[in-house]
Design a protein around this ligand. Structure first.
Ligand code: SF4
Ligand code: SF4
Length: 192
């Protein structure tokens, strides 16, 4: 359903303030940095890591996140200012109504929160979702007891990943970080 009135910046901000998934390790494992931003990021205590494809960034979850709020909003890295997930971009461009965007994010964050009970300490949901792909590949090799233990988490991971792939992520193969092409799309269509 397309929007029947222009969205306000407060409505967009409220969606993000109910979410935080792009900063806390659910959507991505890393936040990319420009070379000139690296020294400042190290000074902030962020763990700098090679992402691949010549990119460098810091590991999620971001320590500047409090709840779903960025505590360094006015001084955040450039990618943070440029990035919108797909659902936010579609709301921004009137492709879907605010209520639909809110509903998608509410569903995704509910699944994320239910999943947290299964995630080992120190593991991000991004890594946990990737680990689940290994479980699927080796499902027949697992014992009956292991399958029974993993089944509830697998159901939630499957539902969450399907929703993220369909509505929230720009590409469906779990990119480790937002890429420049995700920043330049203006309409909310997939970039890959
Ligand atoms: S995932 Fe989307 S809605 Fe959630 S905080 Fe990031 S940009 Fe906002
Ligand atoms: S600096 Fe702010 S916007 Fe960027 S990842 Fe951290 S909490 Fe999110």
């Amino acid at each position: 359903m397309t929007a029947d009135k222009p969205v306000t910046s407060q409505e967009l901000s409220d969606i993000c303030l109910s979410c935080g998934m792009c900063c806390e390790g659910t959507l991505y494992s890393h936040i990319p940095l420009k070379p000139e931003e690296i020294a400042k990021a190290e000074g902030r205590g962020w763990k700098i890591d090679e992402i691949g494809n010549g990119e460098t960034g810091f590991l999620s979850p971001c320590h500047a996140l409090s709840g779903a709020c960025c505590t360094i909003y006015g001084d955040r890295p450039s990618v943070c200012g440029a990035y919108s997930c797909r659902v936010l971009r579609r709301v921004k461009n009137g492709r879907i109504a605010v209520e639909e965007g809110q509903s998608i994010i509410a569903k995704a964050t509910s699944l994320r929160d239910q999943l947290r009970q299964y995630v080992p300490a120190g593991t991000t949901l991004f890594d946990f979702r990737r680990k689940a792909a290994d479980w699927v590949d080796n499902w027949q090799q697992l014992s009956k007891a292991e399958r029974k233990e993993l089944a509830p988490a697998m159901l939630l991971i499957t539902e969450l990943t399907n929703l993220l792939d369909k509505e929230v992520l720009w590409i469906t193969d779990n990119a480790r970080s937002p890429e420049p092409s995700m920043m330049s799309d203006k309409d909310g269509d997939r970039v890959a």
